[in-house]
Design a protein around this ligand. Sequence first.
Ligand SMILES: Nc1nc2c(c(=O)[nH]1)N[C@H]1C(S)=C(S)[C@@H](COP(=O)(O)OP(=O)(O)OC[C@H]3O[C@@H](n4cnc5c(=O)[nH]c(N)nc54)[C@H](O)[C@@H]3O)O[C@H]1N2
Ligand SMILES: Nc1nc2c(c(=O)[nH]1)N[C@H]1C(S)=C(S)[C@@H](COP(=O)(O)OP(=O)(O)OC[C@H]3O[C@@H](n4cnc5c(=O)[nH]c(N)nc54)[C@H](O)[C@@H]3O)O[C@H]1N2
Ligand code: SF4
Ligand SMILES: [Mo]
Length: 679
Amino acid sequence: MSTKLIASLCPYCAVGCGLYLEVDKGIAKGIEYMTDHPACEGALCPKGNALLEILNHEERLKYPLKKVGDGFVRVTWDEALDLVAQGLSRNLRKHGPKSLGFLASSRCNNEENYLMQKMARLLGSPNVDNCARLCHSPTVVGLGASFGAGAMTNNLLDLENSKCIFAIGTNFTEAHPIVSRWAQKAKDKGAKVIVADPRITSTSWMADIHLRLNPGSDIDLLRGMMKVILDEGLADLEFINSRTVGFDGLQESLSDYSLEEAAEKTGITVGEIANAARVYAKSPASALLYSMGITQHVCGTDNVKTCATLALLSGQIGRPGAGVWPMRGQNNVQGNCDMGGMPEFYPGYKKSADPKTIEFFKAGWGVTELPPGPGLTSTEMNDAALDGRLKALYIIGEDPVVCDANVKKTRQALESLDFLVVQEIFMTPTARMADVVLPAAAWAEKDGSYTSMERRVQWINKATEAPGEAKEGLWIICQIASRMGLNLPYENAAEVLEEINRLVPQYGGMTKARIAKIGGLRWPCPDDKHPGTGILHTERFSTPDGKARISAVQNTPAGEVTSPEFPILLTTGRIVLQYNSGSMTLRSASLQERDPELYVEMNPQDAVELKINAGDMIVVITRRGQAEARVRITEKVKPGMVFMPFHYHGTNILTSDALDPIAKIPEYKMAACRIESKA
Ligand SMILES: Nc1nc2c(c(=O)[nH]1)N[C@H]1C(S)=C(S)[C@@H](COP(=O)(O)OP(=O)(O)OC[C@H]3O[C@@H](n4cnc5c(=O)[nH]c(N)nc54)[C@H](O)[C@@H]3O)O[C@H]1N2
Ligand SMILES: Nc1nc2c(c(=O)[nH]1)N[C@H]1C(S)=C(S)[C@@H](COP(=O)(O)OP(=O)(O)OC[C@H]3O[C@@H](n4cnc5c(=O)[nH]c(N)nc54)[C@H](O)[C@@H]3O)O[C@H]1N2
Ligand code: SF4
Ligand SMILES: [Mo]
């Protein structure tokens, strides 16, 4: 038998499940479960199980393409790379380095992302961002401000030690299915589960207490819980005194806040809020899990800070089973942010606006000039393209034409660019707009490391051959860089990792040999003897003075509220069998079977009022546009609100691009809409 088993990772979500690929002559023929993988113990969710349908898909991009008229023609790599270098250089010369933008891919490995941001900055552009902008940018800045590190404080296995799991704005049973194993283990050992979500979800089915709050009222809920904790003497004063600052401000801001007010704003009862507060604060170890229901609001950063504050107030952090679990999205979004794929930070979360950072990297990279930040976020790049400040954009593995909020605007922004290059594994709606499309090797076809939501850094080796002439991202970036006169002389990912080890303190001891072992290592891992870190902030927080920041913020109203013209609240999110833009999962026949098209979930009461039947095609209309969807009538959504998954190409025509002023994340979770029968 010539079949080999090669260790790999699932390329979808940030749980970071391991698996073996059965490879024969460079082609993956099957999957073998990796039962000794610490985070997944051999389990995979349906997307992981179906990944070969994608890796071996006939529509994978195989050749470089250039736009001619409305279509594309195949070109050689030489021509494609020359075109890219010319497109970027032309604008650099004419309009300066700030006219260039770069989107790094959280589906790609650390080494590719490190090089992408390095190239951007060596060219003089501070404008590099990634999909964390649409996702956990409030975590990076909000949790970063509260604890000094914007990462999961504990780890997935440690969830088993929790006696209370408070899941707010996360539907982990669908979005991170394998996390359910750890939550279930905790539940089996007696943990109480509290879920705060406006919808009934498969996660809320797991709950002992389901707080079905009004969308956008999380700060009111959390403040209500804090009020109970303070009034009933459940605050951990010893912890507060020794390890935090800002408590007085919180006390003062809650002094005239009442539970009745919290109940009115959230739509849940005083009794439910008090009960949840008691269970959370009294349990010997409480985990607070949160995700997009918290971050994707105009008050996303404040939401995150308030979650952090609840944990601090109750002393529910820094111990086994007690901490804050931001449920990061993409397989390498944690790593992309760690590698400096954000305009606010150089690698290792060194602030781009700090002159010391610039000096550090000038020395580290051996150059005399580097652009200070913060540069443009991805959401700001759209505005900059529209008003002529941004002229050229290099996108690796992102599909903003499907995934941005208010995609009509994104389309116009991309149309107004002088030059767009997209590096992809499939022809996406975004790639279709490009001047040049570069075919990339997918995860199994290249070496490199990925950092999961629990800070777990795992190296995988190339297992299979890329289709046609598709190339590794590392090679492509270095080729473009050298054509633009930069010196990025890396032969392979291992060399890039060595530089990361030198310049990113959290990754100091993450050598290839160590992280290639099954399960890798969790950062911080400062040197090559360090065993990695399972739980952060056990003794001190990562802030300069070692203390956490308690914040006292009030709720802000949504960017868009319902009106007689748009009387229904539209919220959007995920379903288990589809993934983000669907560029991969919509191509998988087995995943496509259950939910083949865009649908909208509506409460029976609204359906009666609007004279709509299950299965009807209807039109959902917002201030930005309209989309057709098939109706599903269900109690899962409350009256007056509808839910649409965003994996199909209509939803984001509708969504609101109102931004959180700090993190610049759009408010995907709240738009006002109207529903009409299809004429
Ligand atoms: N199957 C699948 N898995 C995925 C993805 C995918 O596309 N498909 N994407 C990955 C990515 S990139 C990410 S970021 C994660 C995201 O994972 P999640 O954040 O868990 O996913 P969402 O469905 O966007 O939102 C979570 C929940 O927030 C609730 N919610 C909405 N508004 C509010 C609110 O105002 N308050 C509260 N408390 N809750 C609210 C929604 O009803 C929803 O159930 O998933 C990752 N995993
Ligand atoms: N309405 C609504 N919209 C949302 C959200 C929501 O909750 N509601 N959530 C937002 C969130 S949290 C996120 S993270 C974004 C996600 O937005 P995107 O990051 O744009 O979504 P993906 O589909 O993950 O896009 C990744 C692309 O990378 C490609 N790819 C995969 N592997 C590789 C590789 O190895 N190399 C290269 N070059 N390409 C590769 C895939 O084909 C895919 O097209 O969507 C956001 N949009
Ligand atoms: S939970 Fe996430 S990483 Fe694990 S198999 Fe499913 S999609 Fe892949
Ligand atoms: Mo995400």
